[in-house]
Write a protein that binds this ligand. Structure first.
Ligand code: NAP
Length: 205
């Protein structure tokens, strides 16, 4: 697939690298696509990755991943232009009481928004394999087809994908994961993950 990665930092760089390695074509949307940092990132990824201004990258992507600071959501969504029918994957977080999920769904006009890739640290995204198990990655969204596409994209990159079921359920999961984070990070640092053990597999594969 053609994937636009808006943001090439910890999250964008990590996911872009993983998907390019799986054969997807990744274009990073950047304020400075010619920068030294971008050049080094592209070199480390290889021929499936390129960089372009944000709007150009978004036009290229069948899937547009938002991996920018939450405070930049509005600016970036203004810049990307027409997202109608595209799948927008929202990995951003806001820490000011607003919901990054609600903000993106409000501002990404006509896009099929899927909330995903925000419930693990970038270290766990970079290597989701913990012993014999893959880390669980929660997702949510209202468009079933878009969710299935993102589900498969995540599963192929080694994540144990779990559909939260609803926006409200995802918000509850985020709160719970924040509590886990507060309780566990003094002991395990950033490189740990949660795995949901279940007997019933409800999601498509
Ligand atoms: N780090 C984590 O473990 C983690 C986990 C879950 C969720 N998240 C969320 O994921 C998002 C990205 O986090 P990160 O750690 O990857 O941040 P980061 O390393 O600071 O990278 C942010 C990226 O966004 C780009 N950017 C900023 N403003 C932009 C704009 N107006 N237009 C285009 N690009 C812009 C930056 O480009 P420049 O290089 O040009 O500044 C940079 O590539 C955040 O919302 C964060 O809360 C992070």
């Amino acid at each position: 697939m053609n994937i636009a990665m808006i943001g090439s930092g910890h999250i964008g760089g990590t996911l872009g690298k993983a998907w390019a390695a799986k054969g997807h074509r990744v274009t990073f949307g950047s304020r400075d696509p010619e920068s030294e940092r971008m050049r080094a990132l592209l070199e480390s990824i290889g021929p499936n990755a390129a960089a372009a201004p944000v709007k150009e990258a978004a036009a290229f992507g069948e899937i547009v991943v938002l991996a920018v600071p939450g405070t930049e959501i509005e600016r970036v969504l203004e810049e990307v232009g027409d997202l109608r029918r595209k799948i927008v994957v929202n990995a951003t977080m806001l820490f000011d009481g607003r919901s990054a999920d609600a903000e993106v769904r409000r501002l990404a006009n006509g896009a099929r928004v899927v909330r995903a890739f925000h419930t693990l640290t970038w270290e766990a995204l970079a290597n989701p394999r913990f012993g014999g198990a893959n880390a669980t990655l929660f997702m949510s969204g209202e468009d079933e087809e878009a969710k299935q596409t993102v589900f498969r994209l995540g599963a192929k990159a080694g994540f144990d994908m779990v559909d939260a079921g609803s926006t409200e359920a995802m918000a509850e999961i985020e709160k719970a994961l924040f509590s886990f984070w507060t309780a566990l990070s003094p002991q395990f640092g950033r490189d740990y993950a949660i795995r949901v053990l279940r007997r019933k597999e409800a999601q498509p594969s």
